[in-house]
Write a protein that binds this ligand. Structure first.
Ligand SMILES: [Ca+2]
Ligand SMILES: [Ca+2]
Ligand SMILES: [Ca+2]
Length: 257
């Protein structure tokens, strides 16, 4: 297996950076500002999930998963979410089948609903994903496939699985992207951070610059493959084998779909 990896690395390293020919991902690295992200608190996502309050997250200049990042101290006893800038909404059909990446960090884990990623579509369509609870006090990179098998209908990531047509319908007229930060039940119990968001990146576009395939992506893939971490599980089955390498090589050499 190591020989295969070395061969792949040598083969790919002989190429040049490949720009994604089609739609570029939307990216927030928070190098210099909050990039238009806000925080909203809402009623329970197990219920109406209706709007309660809007807040401005803290922008921190360094210490993120690369440079600056966003940070929010839980502002109230409701359900808090980072909200992507309005400019990210609209027709995102090109992102179907790609992934949402983000890095999260929390200093509490007493409450589970920070696990939620929620998309609003037109006419009240709502989808949700369960990203799980990250380990404490360390940056954790999330990978959320924008395809069937990763989303539920509604805002609580339970019940009916969302079909690919339902996911595509929401992406075709996106009205909001929420990333959960509710990892502590009480007001001001937890501080949760967000960085390195890439919405609509290819599964094999693993490192910055997102939207460009280059040696950095190869390096991340190889390291993740050897370490058996999810970034390299491109045929997502918890097994790290030639199938994952095959997807990476064909994706890398083919650009983005
Ligand atoms: Ca950053
Ligand atoms: Ca890249
Ligand atoms: Ca795999």
């Amino acid at each position: 297996m190591n020989a295969s990896i070395a061969l792949m690395g040598a083969a790919l390293a002989g190429g040049v950076a490949v720009p994604c020919a089609s739609a570029q991902p939307l990216v927030s690295l928070f190098d210099e500002s909050d990039e238009g992200w806000t925080v909203e608190t809402r009623n329970t996502p197990a219920g109406s999930f209706s709007f309660i309050g809007a807040f401005t997250p803290d922008f921190v200049t360094n210490g993120g998963d690369g440079g600056g990042y966003l940070s929010e101290l839980d502002p109230d006893g409701n359900w808090s979410f980072f909200l992507a800038p309005e400019a990210w909404n609209g027709d995102r059909s090109a992102f179907s089948g790609r992934v949402l990446r983000y890095s999260t960090r929390t200093d509490a884990d007493s409450y589970p609903d920070g696990r939620l990623v929620i998309l609003f579509g037109n006419d009240g369509q709502r989808l949700s994903h369960d990203a799980g609870i990250p380990p404490l006090d360390t940056w954790t990179r999330r990978i959320v496939p924008l395809r069937e098998g990763s989303w539920f209908v509604g805002t609580f990531a339970s019940g009916a699985a969302a079909t690919q047509p339902q996911i595509d319908a929401v992406l075709a007229d996106l009205e909001a992207l929420y990333i959960g930060l509710e990892f502590g039940g009480n007001t001001a119990e937890e501080r949760v951070d967000l960085d390195r968001v890439a919405f609509g990146a290819c599964a094999w576009d693993l490192d910055v610059p997102f939207g460009v395939l280059d040696l950095a992506d190869i390096s991340v893939f190889l390291n993740a493959f050897v370490a058996n971490t999810p970034e390299a599980d491109l045929v997502p089955d918890g097994v790290y084998d030639l199938a994952d390498i095959g997807v990476f090589v064909s994706g890398f050499t083919g650009g983005c779909p």
